[in-house]
Design a protein around this ligand. Structure first.
Ligand SMILES: *Cc1c(COP(=O)(O)O)cnc(C)c1O
Length: 416
C-alpha cells in the first residue's frame, strides 16, 4: 500500500479531504490535476516552523506551480515568491504580491524583463553574471533608480540529484564561479544604480541528502563574511530551494533536518536567510488523474496500459526519467502484475512507468499519478494538439476548478 499525505484510499476509491476523485472526474473529466490545499498549507507551515528559531523569509518558487489560485493560497499563508521570468512576476502581481515580496532569478533575463523589474522596484534581482549586473546598473541609472541586487554564485557542489536538475556544478550554466564572486561585488560596490542586498545560491532540485545543502549554506555564509569585511551591508543570504520530496515513499531529508543543517551555517553571520522552496511545498499536494483508454499484451507477456494523459500533461518522466507512484483510483481484485503505463503521444519516451507492479487494469479505469503538484501542469504542452488539462483545488471538503480545461478555440485563437 502507498502512503500519500494528500490522496488516500477509501471504500469509494481514492479520495482527498473527504472528496472522492470519481466525484470530481464525473464533473470535469480526465485528464485533470487535483491539488490538496491542506497538503500545501501543511508543507508550507512545516518549513516555516522548522526555521522559526532564525530570521527567515520563504519565497515560494513559482516555477514549480504558478497557477493563480495556488500562488494566492501561498500568499495567504505569508509566503513571498521567487519568480523566474517576467511572466511569473506578472502572475505574482496579479495574485496580490507587492514587488518588494518578489525575488527575480533566472538565467537569461531579457533587457525588457530587467527594465520592468527595476521600474517595479522588485525586492531583489538575483543576477546571474557580471554582465547582467552591469545591464541592471545602466537601466537603473537611466530610470534614476537604485536596483536591489544579489549575485548568484555557482559553488561547484554536486547536489546529488539528476544531472538535468543539478545547477551548482562548474559545468552548469547558472551563476558565477565562487572564486570570482567577491571581485565582482568589490568592483561594483560604488557603482551607481546598484544596491547589493544579498548573496544567492541554488545548487539544484530534488536534493535528498543534507550534505550538499550544508556545503552550499556554508559557502554562502563564508562569502557573506568576506563581503561584510569589504563593507557590504547585506540584508539576506538566499540559500535557494532544492529540498526534495519522497517520490517513492522512502524517508529523505525533511524540513526540520533541513533547518538544522542550514541554521548553524548561517548563524555565524547573523544575517536573515531567504528560502526558495518549490517542489517541497506543492509536490506532494498534487495528483494527475487519467483514464485508461487502451490495454494490450504482447506475446512475450509485456502489458501496456495506455492513458489519456502522458508527457503532454506531465513531462517529468520523459524529461528526467522521474519516478511517480501510480495507483488505481478504485483497485480491481486480482493479482498484481508488471505493467508499462504509457501516454498517448507519438514519442517512445512518453512512458510514465515500466514494469510497474499494479493490480489488474481495464479500459475506462481511472489511475492517479501521485506527487505531481510540482513541475507538472506548468510544463504541460499542446503537443499532438492535446488541450491543457483543468486543475482543481480541494479544500475543506469542497472542490473548485482553478483552471478550466483548454479548448481548441483557445489554442486556435492565436493562429491566422
Ligand atoms: C527552481 C528554483 C527553485 C526551486 O527549486 P525546488 O527544487 O523546486 O525547491 C529555487 N530557486 C531557484 C533559483 C530556482 O531556479
Amino acid at each position: 500500500m502507498f502512503v500519500s499525505q494528500s490522496f488516500t484510499p477509501t471504500p469509494s476509491g481514492l479520495a482527498c479531504d473527504d472528496v472522492t476523485v470519481e466525484a470530481i472526474v464525473g464533473h470535469v473529466g480526465t485528464p485533470v490535476y487535483l491539488y490538496s490545499a491542506h497538503a500545501i498549507r501543511e508543507a508550507y507551515r512545516a518549513l516555516d516552523a522548522a526555521f522559526s528559531a532564525y530570521p527567515h523569509a520563504i519565497h515560494y518558487a513559482m516555477k514549480a506551480n504558478s497557477t493563480l489560485s495556488i500562488v494566492q493560497l501561498l500568499r495567504s499563508l505569508g509566503s513571498k515568491v521567487d519568480a523566474n521570468s517576467g511572466g511569473e512576476i506578472q502572475v505574482a502581481r496579479r495574485a496580490g504580491y507587492s514587488p518588494a515580496d518578489i525575488v527575480f532569478t533566472g538565467v537569461g533575463k531579457t533587457r525588457d524583463e530587467l527594465r520592468d523589474a527595476v521600474a517595479d522596484g522588485i525586492g531583489t534581482i538575483n543576477a546571474e553574471s557580471a554582465g547582467e549586473l552591469d545591464r541592471i546598473a545602466e537601466l537603473a541609472v537611466a530610470q534614476g533608480r537604485e536596483a536591489r541586487v544579489a549575485l548568484r554564485v555557482n559553488p561547484d557542489i554536486d547536489a546529488g540529484s539528476h544531472p538535468n536538475i543539478s545547477t551548482g556544478l562548474r559545468v552548469n550554466k547558472f551563476g558565477v564561479p565562487l572564486q570570482e564572486a567577491r571581485t565582482i561585488y568589490r568592483e561594483r560596490k560604488a557603482r551607481p544604480g546598484l544596491r547589493f542586498v544579498g548573496v544567492h545560491i541554488h545548487i539544484g532540485s530534488q536534493i535528498t541528502t543534507v550534505e550538499p545543502l550544508r556545503r552550499a549554506a556554508r559557502t554562502l555564509a563564508a562569502l557573506a563574511l568576506e563581503l561584510r569585511d569589504d563593507g557590504f551591508a547585506l540584508e539576506h543570504l538566499d540559500v535557494g530551494g532544492g529540498l526534495g520530496i519522497a517520490y517513492d515513499g522512502q524517508a529523505i531529508v525533511g524540513p526540520a533536518e533541513y533547518a538544522m543543517t542550514v541554521i548553524p551555517e548561517v548563524e555565524r553571520c547573523g544575517i536573515p536567510v531567504v528560502l526558495e522552496p518549490g517542489r517541497s511545498v506543492v509536490g506532494h499536494a498534487g495528483a494527475l488523474i487519467a483514464r485508461v483508454v487502451d490495454t494490450k499484451c504482447y506475446p512475450d507477456g509485456r502489458q501496456f496500459a495506455v492513458l489519456d494523459a502522458g508527457m503532454g500533461e506531465l513531462m517529468r518522466p520523459a524529461l528526467y526519467g522521474s519516478y511517480h507512484r501510480i495507483v488505481p483510483v478504485r483497485p480491481r481484485d486480482g493479482e498484481e502484475s508488471p505493467w508499462d503505463v504509457v501516454g498517448p503521444i507519438c514519442e517512445s519516451s512518453d512512458v510514465f512507468a515500466t514494469d510497474r507492479q499494479l493490480p489488474p487494469l481495464a479500459v475506462d479505469d481511472l489511475v492517479a499519478v501521485l506527487d505531481a503538484g510540482a513541475y507538472g501542469s506548468v510544463m504541460a504542452s499542446n503537443y499532438n494538439r492535446h488541450l491543457l488539462p483543468p486543475e482543481v483545488l480541494i479544500d475543506a471538503g469542497q472542490w473548485r476548478i482553478i483552471r478550466r480545461r483548454q479548448t481548441l478555440d483557445d489554442v486556435l485563437a492565436l493562429e491566422a
